[in-house]
Design a protein. Sequence first.
Length: 216
Amino acid sequence: MDVFIIGITGGVGGLLARKLRSRGDTVRGLVRREDQHAELATRGINARVGDLSHMTVEELAAAFGSVDAIVFSAGSNGGSREVTRAIDGDGVAKAIEAARLAGAERFTLVSVLPESWRERDLGEEVEYYFAVKKEADIALSRSELNWLILRPSLLVDGPGAGAVSLGPAEFHGQITRDDVATTLAELLHEPRIGRQILELNTGSTPIEEAVRANVR
């Protein structure tokens, strides 16, 4: 496959790139700095330098080129409203339109479980983040693309367990970025999964089996 990752230098995106490369896939992505471009090139990844918040739809579509699938794993992580709107909101909308323009039908969005951190007293910026993430989910689900929305529970670092709980509705707990990336790689290689919202939590089902169980 030829996969373009927006957020390729992030925790999930970087792990996903390595996993796809190990499967023999072509991986490309968007980075903001030349040094990031040079570092990824040493790993066989042809990144494009550009700022998502300032690129036009046409520029982003040109960066996509001829690609089999787009993964949007970038995020503001509940930062300032301006950054959240630019990346998690307008950035997703721009990428959807650019994907359509580039003729890339498959589009996977890494979103967030709506219940995340609801046991805590969240500030206004984080509440805004959740609202914008939901807007992006709705926008993608109403597009004509062959979309997939993955909502992982609280992301943590560390080695993956290789087993998850994956389905239309899951409890909120926590999951390693490694397991999220492995699940994404499997989902991208399962073309029968599309136009679905899947939630992801740690669990006891091997990832390949969990993905196959969601084929519709």
